[in-house]
Design a protein around this ligand. Structure first.
Ligand SMILES: C[S@@+](CC[C@H](N)C(=O)[O-])C[C@H]1O[C@@H](n2cnc3c(N)ncnc32)[C@H](O)[C@@H]1O
Length: 238
């Protein structure tokens, strides 16, 4: 898509931007990881996940393919690493991963999952809120080729500061998934969160916003968007 001349809302300070909490995610580790493993799920639920949440698996595959196309042994920043499910195929493909998350329990599970998969030696994990700042320890881990932000922006009212925090890492690519605004499934998802009483805000994005985080916030040279199920899957090139 060509750069849009429309502007984003005026920037807010990260501290006042509404987003989910580490405590919420600490309590979601088993539920979230079971989307990948099927653990403790009925066969019907597993089949429903494979159908309705296919985009969750597809975005992992697209990111690993994109990073591998940059070369071997690439250093990848996994923003909101969760239970480490992207680290495993990246590690198996020979890349190194710095996984950052603000939830201690998610990080513990990422450590366990990557250990079990035999790729923990290629991973480093750090606890931080990447909306607020990019810690020096994360910056100093090496020369990053790419960053991935998968399944994270759904829960952030305005992710501009998170994208701005990636600006000085020398990245060649950023891969990001955004839940699409205006779909029926977006309304159903909001309803499901309400009915289940999930204490977590939800946000949806337009293609124009997806472009603007690249061109206006990060200074990308090129933004490619792909419709992937209920998502916009974006590749930002620098
Ligand atoms: C739905 S999970 C996605 C995990 C992983 N990226 C994946 O696709 O499997 C969202 C993760 O983002 C983390 N997260 C959300 N906001 C964050 C922030 N501001 N800084 C760091 N981590 C954050 C949560 O703790 C959670 O682990």
């Amino acid at each position: 898509m060509a750069p849009s001349s429309a502007t984003l809302n005026p920037p807010k300070s990260p501290e006042v931007i509404n987003q989910s909490t580490p405590q919420y995610w600490d309590g979601m580790v088993a539920d979230f990881d079971s989307i990948y493993t099927g653990e403790s799920k009925s066969t019907l639920d597993v089949l429903l996940d494979r159908w309705l949440r296919k985009d969750i698996y597809d975005r992992v595959v697209a990111t690993v393919e994109g990073v591998s196309a940059l070369g071997t042994n690439q250093l990848v920043l996994d923003v909101g690493v969760g239970t480490g499910r992207l680290c495993i195929p990246l590690g198996k493909a020979g890349h190194r991963i710095v996984g950052v998350d603000f939830s201690p329990q998610m990080l513990e599970k990422a450590q366990a999952n990557t250990t079990q998969a035999g790729v923990v030696g290629q991973c480093q994990f750090f606890q931080a809120d990447l909306l607020t700042s990019m810690p020096e320890t994360v910056k100093q881990q090496g020369s990053y080729a790419a960053a991935a932000i998968l399944g994270v922006l759904d829960y952030i009212e305005d992710p501009s500061p998170m994208f701005a925090n990636l600006k000085n890492l020398g990245l060649k690519r950023v891969y990001a998934s955004f839940p699409r605004a205006g779909t029926l499934r977006c309304e159903l998802r909001k309803l499901r969160y309400k009915v289940q009483g999930l204490d977590c805000p939800l946000y949806f994005f337009t293609p124009e916003q997806v472009d603007q985080y690249g061109y206006q916030v990060m200074g990308a040279q090129k933004v490619t968007q792909q419709l992937m199920g209920e998502l916009h899957f974006a590749v930002y090139e620098f």
